[in-house]
Design a protein around this ligand. Structure first.
Ligand SMILES: Nc1ncnc2c1ncn2[C@@H]1O[C@H](COP(=O)(O)OP(=O)(O)OP(=O)(O)O)[C@@H](O)[C@H]1O
Ligand SMILES: [Mg+2]
Length: 296
């Protein structure tokens, strides 16, 4: 039996949303969050970008690091890797004074900032612990608004690289567990967002290849966001001609680039329209509906 794509995404524990800067990753994170929560899943949306914007899309207060409610069965959190690493140290070193001395020491800060893959693993590890119920609040699924393309891919690859270089020990075991989690398409889904323009499409194609090469897996879904609607066929009035020409040109660029994307990406592709709505809950509601029509 073919399980509809959104149903398959609903069964996952972690969904990583990635793509080029500015294409609509945070928007899609909010869209997936609303849809998953409506389907009955307790959902946490994680934003790692310190310039918080997820709350504007959800119509909530900014998180400032805390878990904030964003509707029935839905929460959002702006998560900084450094804060997760500090929490882990505090957990391992119960003596508060000592724990504070460790995290405040320049040597530790240098290590936490510089150790390759550590911050990425801290964020993914946090997501895994959330769905395992190891924190106070247990959720069914985490949707991670990952950094833009290159960084998003390195975030996903970090546990695999660390697991290959550190065998055993707490860090090695954590890396091995996380790399198994990330590589398992029944538990972790990847959603790539793009728009129908040359550079974002190129990055999306390269990201798919990178995921294949580094992790032996492909994304569950590609979303072509902000697609121009088809321009009207009737001749515009003289005064409207420049706008009509611009509209037609952007539409044609979209079609051409999405066709190019379709030549190398054969998996599910959802097209979401560019809507004349401000960043906010109304935009998200409208896009949830469109996503359901595309891949529901
Ligand atoms: N389909 C759409 N229709 C209309 N506006 C949209 C659509 N998708 C996204 N937007 C708007 O585009 C802007 C950029 O979207 P968003 O912040 O989600 O991108 P991003 O990929 O997360 O960016 P960054 O890489 O900077 O984090 C936002 O103001 C958002 O409201
Ligand atoms: Mg964003």
């Amino acid at each position: 039996m073919i399980v509809p794509l959104l149903d398959r995404l609903e069964r996952q524990q972690l969904i990583v949303v990635t793509g080029k800067g500015g294409v609509g990753k945070t928007t899609l994170t909010a869209v997936l969050g609303r849809r998953l929560a409506a389907a009955g899943r307790r959902t946490l949306l994680l934003e790692v970008d310190p310039r918080e914007s997820l709350h504007q899309l959800l119509g909530t207060e900014p998180s400032g690091g805390a878990i904030v409610p964003a509707g029935s069965r839905l929460w959002a959190q702006n998560l900084q890797a450094r804060a997760v690493i500090h929490d882990l140290v505090r957990e391992k070193v119960p003596l508060r004074v000592l724990a504070r001395r460790i995290v405040e020491s320049p040597l530790f800060q240098h290590f936490a900032d510089g150790a390759p893959g550590l911050k990425e693993m801290a964020v993914l590890g946090y997501a895994l612990r959330m769905v395992k119920g190891l924190y106070r609040r247990k959720v069914d699924v985490v949707v991670l608004d990952a950094p833009a393309t290159g960084h998003g891919a390195s975030m996903l690859a970090a546990p695999i690289l660390l697991a290959q270089s550190i065998a055993g020990g707490q860090l090695g075991e954590m890396a091995a567990e996380l790399s198994g989690f990330i590589a398992d398409p029944s538990r972790c889904g990847v959603v790539v967002v793009t728009v129908g323009e040359e550079m974002p499409v190129q990055e999306a194609i390269e990201l798919v290849q990178l995921l294949e090469r580094k992790m032996g897996r492909s994304p569950e879904l590609m979303v072509a966001n902000s697609c121009y609607p088809a321009p009207p066929r009737t001749m515009p009035r003289e005064a409207d001609k420049p706008v009509a020409t611009l509209w037609r040109e952007r539409y044609q660029v979209n079609r051409r680039e999405l066709e190019r994307l379709g030549c190398s990406w054969k998996g599910p592709l959802a097209e979401l329209p560019l809507l004349p709505l401000d960043r906010g809950p109304t935009l998200i509601e409208a896009l949830v509906e469109r996503l359901e029509r595309e891949v529901g």
